[in-house]
Design a protein around this ligand. Structure first.
Ligand code: GDP
Ligand code: MG
Length: 457
């Protein structure tokens, strides 16, 4: 029997795909259209995530006549910058994401990061749908704003329809080469074995109703177990940020359970477990007020799934990409502290104990893990003596400078997707510590290798 609406939490959806395929624009399209039409209707741009209430999805999909079939309270779409964080969130938050949208540009077909995303999704067994985006780019396309895709396609000339079919067939073949069966969603009779393609335009909105409905229907049909609301808190730290007037805050995704103001929480920190209590649970104001810097809505409690900003004392050294735990009345804080630090321990154990090697620094525990793994591969083989998470500060430069006397080329910081403070850059120059920065792992290796080769000459 179907679960009552109140028993299900909102599914969490992540957008993936090659750069410039329209991932951000697709989100803008869903949010923006509603605002433009004055139907903001409770859509809140949450932290690193956008929450679409069921009422809104119902409204956006009404042309598809699917009113009665929505059982989830809404849909939480994770809007992570780059999918590096998604990688670690998935592996850590164990099921943070219930479903994904893999975006493919209809004019380009499968591209390198499409395939990379695809492999990630396969590896983690994540369900996904394919948005075949930019249909409006087909030569001669006649736009009907926000129309269901079947209706939109019917209005096209024979030439446009032919070009659409030709490109679709090519892309289906490309997916087959990757070992995947795909099919237009409304022709797909074997959901689960054959992946569904939804043609969309993030500019003119065709196919967006179909995409929303497919996401909701698919998740609530096949994931009732996973989506059943539970009181056990499952929560992952997305980002650690300093906010004016609030100090250091953490942005989290609450996957399940309820968080309350005043809850005692434990978070993984660079210097050990952080035990603190929630001072404020914040979400930004609805769309209109979003531009007013620094104003947030306060909540006494928030139910999953949601993106939330938490303020509390002592969060300065919290590590993004790790789990947040709530200490319940029957819990032993010491046990929870130990559990919290397990993620960190496994990463620490991978550092070279000989003490000779470069220092590496990344934005999240997950990206640090990825970087360490890469540096270990035989083709790369760069020893690491120190790690850190977050921006490069003077103390990190000091730490790296220890190598100057042992092995000069290791007096180096490989900084992956993090900022370097001006003071630490100055200090590095003064001391002779090299800092290489990149947001792609391979580029760090290239820079370091060029530096070593140069030293040898
Ligand atoms: P992302 O890198 O995947 O997030 O891609 P963006 O959302 O930033 O989009 C990249 C570019 O493609 C931007 O110039 C968008 O305006 C454009 N774009 C995205 N979606 C569409 C679409 O459906 N149709 C057209 N014509 N352009 C699009
Ligand atoms: Mg983008």
């Amino acid at each position: 029997t179907p679960k009552a609406e109140k028993d299900l939490r909102s599914p969490i959806c992540c957008i993936m795909g090659h750069v410039d395929t329209g991932k951000t624009k697709l989100l803008d399209c869903i949010r923006g259209t509603n605002v433009q039409e004055g139907e903001a209707g409770g859509i809140t741009q949450q932290i690193g995530a956008t929450y679409f209430p069921a009422a809104n999805i119902r409204d956006r999909t009404k042309e598809l006549k699917a009113d009665a079939t929505l059982k989830v309270p809404g849909l939480l779409v994770i809007d992570t910058p780059g999918h590096e964080s998604f990688t670690n969130l998935r592996s850590r938050g164990s099921g943070l994401c219930d479903i994904a949208i893999l975006v493919v540009d209809i004019m380009h077909g499968l591209e390198p990061q499409t395939i990379e995303s695809l492999n990630l999704l396969k590896m983690r067994n994540t369900e996904f749908i394919i948005a075949l985006n930019k249909v409006d780019r087909l030569y001669g396309w006649k736009s009907t704003r926000n129309a269901p895709i079947v209706k939109a396609l019917k209005q096209q000339s024979k030439d446009v329809q032919n070009e659409f079919n030709m490109r679709l067939t090519q892309i289906v073949t490309q997916f087959k080469e990757q070992g995947l069966n795909t099919e237009l969603y409304y022709k797909n009779r074997e959901m689960g074995e054959t992946y569904s393609i939804v043609p969309t335009s993030a500019i003119t909105g065709e196919g967006i109703p179909d995409m929303l409905l497919l996401l909701v229907q698919w998740t609530q049909k096949t994931m009732v177990e996973k989506l059943t609301f539970s009181n056990e808190v499952q929560c992952t730290v997305l980002e650690v940020k300093v906010i004016e007037g609030h100090g250091t805050t953490i942005d989290v995704v609450l996957v399940n359970g309820v968080l309350h103001e005043g809850d005692q929480i434990v978070v993984c920190g660079m210097q050990g477990p952080i035990v603190t209590s929630i001072r404020a649970l914040l979400t930004p104001h609805p769309m209109k007020e979003l531009r007013v810097k620094g104003t947030y809505l306060h909540h006494k409690e928030i139910k999953a799934a949601q993106g939330i900003k938490i303020t509390a004392q002592g969060l300065e050294h919290a590590i993004a990409g790790t789990a947040l735990y709530v200490v319940g009345p029957d819990d032993d804080v010491e046990d929870i502290k130990e559990t919290t630090m397990e993620d960190m321990k496994s990463v620490m154990s991978r550092i070279d104990k000989s003490g000779e090697g470069v220092c590496v620094q990344a934005s999240t525990l997950g990206s640090l893990e990825a970087l360490l793994e890469f540096l270990k591969t035989p083709e790369v083989n760069i020893p690491v003596s120190g790690i850190s998470i977050g921006p490069v500060h003077k103390k990190d430069v000091m730490k790296a400078s220890v190598m100057l006397e042992k092995k000069k080329e290791y007096a180096t910081i490989l900084a992956f997707d993090v900022k370097v403070t001006p003071e630490s850059r100055e200090l590095a120059e003064e001391l002779g510590v090299k800092i290489f920065i990149a947001d792609i792992i391979y580029h760090l290796f290239d820079q370091f290798k060029a530096y070593i080769d140069n030293l040898k000459e």
